[in-house]
Write a protein of this length. Structure first.
Length: 255
């Protein structure tokens, strides 16, 4: 319940700041904006809204390329959600991820009308939801109390809007968005399974002395919160689990 309440407060704050930023801009030119969103760890097909403000022009198509600041935790997909959007009746809509197989960027191409002359089905003038990107939050462990953020950016050099005749529309502005992922893990849960037990001690021993995998996240291995992961953290875990000292060595109370 506390986590859900915290997420709600964060969402409201993010949307307020975003509306303040966009609302302060001169709305005389068309713009495309990625909306700020709040998700949780290990979430698939999460919707990230992309909005269009189109005060004057008629838009017959677009090509928009999106990139990630933090691809280690987020993957783009080649799927879109168009429910209730401005492009739900487009003749052509396609999302293509990085062709070398790394989903670090995605290009979305939309064409309102492929065969009518004159073309029909264009957008605007008007504003609203253009579409939702669908992304995967691939990491399953973030430290409790930390909020991981990643920018979802519009590549301004490789993004464009066109009119119904295919001519580029000038003076289009592009606004990046931010994805917030609140943490769920605690210090001592070094293997990221949601529990603190003997397996975490074994995991930490393997990491420190046998070349094993690093803690997930790395901060979870800093059991005593001294900014280092070493033998003292193993001792802290042993004392926490077997010597009934729940605050030994600076362990977080969440443990």
């Amino acid at each position: 319940m506390a986590l859900k309440k915290g997420l709600l407060i964060l969402i409201v704050g993010v949307l307020f700041m975003w509306n303040e930023k966009i609302g302060s801009e001169e709305l005389i030119n068309p713009f495309v904006a990625v909306g700020p969103t709040v998700s949780q760890y290990k979430t698939f097909n999460f919707k990230v809204p992309v909005y269009l403000n189109n005060p004057k022009a008629q838009i017959g198509g677009f090509e928009l390329t999106f990139t990630l600041d933090f691809p280690e935790i987020v993957d783009f997909t080649d799927r879109l959600d168009t429910t209730g959007s401005l492009v739900s009746n487009f003749d052509h809509l396609d999302a293509v991820i990085d062709p070398v197989g790394e989903p670090d960027f995605v290009t979305v191409v939309g064409i309102a009308d492929l065969d009518s002359n004159p073309p029909i089905g264009q957008i605007g003038p008007g504003s609203g939801l253009l579409f939702n990107l669908l992304i995967n939050i691939t990491s399953n462990c973030f430290l409790w109390g930390d909020t991981t953020t990643t920018g979802i950016r519009l590549d301004k050099l490789n993004s464009r809007l066109t009119d119904p005749q295919g001519k580029l529309i000038d003076s289009v502005e592009f606004f990046d968005g931010t994805l917030f992922v609140p943490g769920n893990c605690v210090r001592g849960d070094v293997n990221g399974d949601g529990k603190v037990n003997l397996s975490d001690i074994i995991y930490l021993v393997n990491f420190l002395f046998k070349g094993g995998f690093s803690p997930c996240p790395e901060k979870a291995g800093d059991v005593n919160n001294d900014t280092r992961t070493n033998l003292q953290d193993i001792i802290g875990l042993v004392n926490f689990l077997f010597k009934k000292n729940k605050n030994h060595g600076g362990l977080l109370r969440k443990l």
